[in-house]
Design a protein around this ligand. Structure first.
Ligand code: ACO
Length: 446
């Protein structure tokens, strides 16, 4: 099969949020720390009515309904998540309850885990399935979903929650470029979840930021080489970040994305330091890929300033959900692609190439790309991200803290009836009805 890529995207986020300016006041930090310093505007929160199973069911059912699909049309389903509520039973098997009525049980794929990277790994597996001898002619579906919450402290404003469903098949409007995925994986303790009974990670925040940027360097420089060799009309001249029409990143916070985009240009400059283009920032090339280059604030600011115009045009359209929902771990980078498609006209996006960077702590990262080859009207019509974000309900920071406390105390209980107010949920949202005395979970739909 040719032109394997994305046929449809659906994006679910919780219906309640906290305002980051109000959270700054509540937390007693200086005004602007979360909003300007981290680039975050609002953050989604769920109560005890939602878990990884429910948000995954919601996004899959909504995708199937909005696109008039039949569950029989899906031959592969994989879930990428790090929101683990069972050490054995996969989220994928819970999703099979949605397939029951169709009688289709012939669905390959299971769950994949590594921090924020599992969704991307699942997308690659799905693409590989469609391109392989195992393919049976049907769609592959990937769910990237997480509930991201942190213990009280500096990481808490970088939480969020969301789920993206990604429908994959041949002859798609968004086609993955072949042979250019550039991966970097290594063993790090930057962010991990060793406390199996807690939703909260153990995180070395500043270290995780530099791990992310180091992976940007490694993946992007390999990507430019692979891409130039395969697709560029001039194989002597490495492509540059300017050659990508859009850049979409995993977004733990939007400020880190801006730094990462600046870092692409920094890598470009190190490949071509005498180019006139870099005259205004050339002095920073002295840092090369040294240890200092990851910590020097002057270099970071200079590259952000240098790429400011391009960042506005090529990156900002993908960050609308990320700044208003927060980090969604595996779903984050796919929510950014959804934002870009939801907000771009055909004139803006048709025949354009999108570079994508996915990072999961621990660590696993890939830079890859796709091309938009047909109208994306269907994506705009069904995603409606801006409209749906405006329909959410704001909670106070005190209420936000209460909701996280409720999750903390009840997340893994048995014989438990959730108390969250079902009327706060958007129509079509699945929610937890009860966890019985044998830990079996049942759900209903709002
Ligand atoms: N106005 C404007 N900017 C401000 C203000 C203010 N009043 N106060 C602080 N800032 C800036 C700081 O200068 C800093 O910006 P800079 O890094 O560009 O200089 C930024 O706001 C954050 O301030 P810090 O003091 O660095 O924040 P802190 O140390 O409290 O926490 C961190 C930030 C480390 C990102 C924390 O939120 C965290 O641990 N988050 C989770 C980890 C994470 O997301 N890692 C990313 C990759 S791994 C993953 O995806 C999970």
């Amino acid at each position: 099969p040719a032109n394997v890529g994305i046929h449809a995207l659906e994006f679910y986020f919780p219906a309640q949020f906290v305002d980051q300016t109000e959270l700054e006041q509540f937390d007693g930090v200086s005004a602007g720390k979360y909003t300007i310093g981290l680039g975050q505007t609002q953050m989604a929160v769920c109560d005890d009515r939602e878990d990884i199973n429910s948000i995954s069911m919601t996004v899959v059912q909504n995708l199937v309904e909005k696109h008039n699909l039949s569950f029989k049309d899906i031959g592969y389903l994989e879930v990428g998540t790090e929101s683990i509520i069972d050490k054995s039973k996969s989220v994928k098997t819970v999703l099979m309850s949605l397939f029951e009525e169709s009688g289709n049980h012939d669905v390959e794929g299971i769950d994949t885990k590594n921090a924020c990277y599992g969704g991307t790994a699942s997308v690659f597996n799905a693409v590989n399935w469609v391109e392989s001898s195992s393919w049976d002619g049907r769609y592959a579906l990937v769910v990237a979903a997480d509930i991201a919450s942190y213990a009280e402290g500096p990481a808490r404003p970088t939480g969020g929650a969301g789920a993206v469903a990604i429908l994959i098949g041949p002859n798609a409007p968004l086609v993955f470029d072949q042979g250019v995925r550039a991966t970097h994986m290594n063993h790090l303790w930057d962010f991990y979840k060793p406390e199996l009974a807690s939703e909260y990670p153990t995180v070395d925040g500043h270290f995780s930021n530099t791990c992310y940027i180091r992976s940007v360097d490694a993946c992007y420089s390999l990507f430019t080489k692979k891409f130039t060799k395969r697709y560029s009309p001039n194989p002597e001249q490495l492509i540059k970040s300017q050659d990508l029409d859009h850049a979409v990143f995993h977004a733990p916070n939007c400020k880190l994305v801006q730094k990462a985009y600046g870092r692409l240009a920094y890598n470009d400059m190190l490949q071509d330091p005498e180019n006139e283009l870099y005259a205004s920032v050339k002095e920073w090339a002295k840092f090369g890929h040294s240890e200092e280059s990851y910590y020097d604030k002057g270099l970071e600011r200079a590259m952000m300033q240098f790429t400011k115009g391009e960042y506005q045009k090529k990156v900002i359209p993908s960050l609308f959900a990320a700044t208003n929902v927060g980090n969604m771990y595996t779903a984050s980078v796919w929510s950014c692609l959804s934002s870009l498609l939801s907000s771009s006209s055909d004139e803006e996006i048709l025949n354009k190439r999108v570079g994508m960077f996915s990072y999961g702590s621990g660590s696993a990262a890939t830079f890859f790309s796709l091309k938009v080859v047909a109208s994306t009207e269907k994506f705009r019509d069904t995603l409606q991200i801006k409209t749906r974000l405006e329909q959410r309900t704001k909670v106070t920071p005190a209420r936000f803290a209460e909701l996280l406390k409720l999750r903390e105390e009840t997340a893994l209980l048995k014989d438990y009836n959730p108390i969250g107010d079902v009327s706060t949920l958007a129509k079509g949202t699945y929610y937890l009805l009860r966890v019985d005395e044998k830990f079996r979970r049942t759900y209903a739909r709002a």
